[in-house]
Design a protein around this ligand. Structure first.
Ligand SMILES: CCCCCCCCCCCCCCCC(=O)SCCNC(=O)CCNC(=O)[C@H](O)C(C)(C)COP(=O)(O)OP(=O)(O)OC[C@H]1O[C@@H](n2cnc3c(N)ncnc32)[C@H](O)[C@@H]1OP(=O)(O)O
Length: 213
């Protein structure tokens, strides 16, 4: 059977713009939702108060209700590393709060990630909030420890702010485990841009007690 030929100017069913997107499944679907939610947050932070703000807010609540209607997962646990990976607030593709930072091994025993932070993360005008920088470093140092074989909690984190970190500029976050002594692990890291190091951190991490791991 031959396909009907569309009239001139009429969209063909094979038109890639009309072809339905394949339905996302599992983590991919949540990541799609998270990306859309991230865009909503970024847009709201930028927005002049629209005249129909109440109507728009009601629509967003209706969307949230629809998403909630598909059920909730129980809180993540230590024994669910995949969940922690996807839902954490720094690298989690499934978490709209995460920039998200993409992290990989740096080839020298440490880890490195990049992100461009927008207005939702603003502290001083045009610059990243110091608490956000601390969050990124805490997490990346934790990943560096995990990559070196230690699943550990932050006992303390010392953060030094050398120069303001600009928004909307790609930054590089590095972390490396530097030593371990029993359950105590030390790690250091930096956030830099093409202008040099903006923030650095060192931390003490304590390996999760084997009976809790
Ligand atoms: C390449 C890709 C890889 C991918 C791989 C992905 C993996 C994905 C990674 C995710 C990475 C997430 C990274 C999140 C990082 C957080 O955000 S963790 C959350 C923030 N931290 C917390 O909530 C911790 C709260 N504190 C606690 O739970 C407990 O105090 C601690 C820190 C676990 C220690 O308690 P404990 O296990 O009972 O240990 P305790 O016996 O008291 O102390 C052990 C030793 O540490 C010392 N110590 C403990 N606390 C302190 C302190 N505050 N100051 C100094 N010393 C201390 C003790 O003096 C003791 O020393 P020694 O006597 O042995 O010499």
């Amino acid at each position: 059977m031959t396909e009907p030929v569309p009239a001139e100017g009429e969209a063909s069913p094979a038109d890639p713009h009309l072809a339905p997107e394949p339905a996302p499944t599992g983590a991919e679907g949540i990541a799609q939702l998270a990306a859309a939610a991230r865009r909503v947050v970024d847009t709201v932070v930028h927005a002049d108060p629209p005249a129909d703000a109440a109507l728009l807010a009601a629509k967003l609540h209706a969307i949230a209700d629809e998403i909630a209607g598909s059920g909730r997962i129980s809180p993540p646990r230590w024994d669910n590393p995949e969940h922690n990976r996807d839902h954490n607030p720094v690298t989690g593709a499934a978490n709209p709060l995460a920039p998200p930072l993409t992290v990989s091994a740096d080839g020298t025993g440490g880890v490195v990630g990049t992100a461009t932070l927008g207005f939702p993360y603003q502290g001083p005008p045009g610059h990243v909030h110091g608490g956000i920088s601390a969050l990124l470093l805490d997490h990346v140092l934790g990943i560096a420890n995990a990559a070196a074989g230690h699943r550990a909690m932050t006992a303390w984190l010392r953060v030094s702010y050398h120069r303001p970190l600009p928004l909307l500029t790609e930054c590089t976050v590095r972390g490396k485990r530097v030593s371990s002594e029993g359950r105590k692990i030390r790690a250091t890291g930096t956030i830099s841009t093409g202008h040099g190091t903006h923030v650095s951190a060192e931390g003490l991490f304590v390996a999760v007690r084997p009976d809790l791991a």
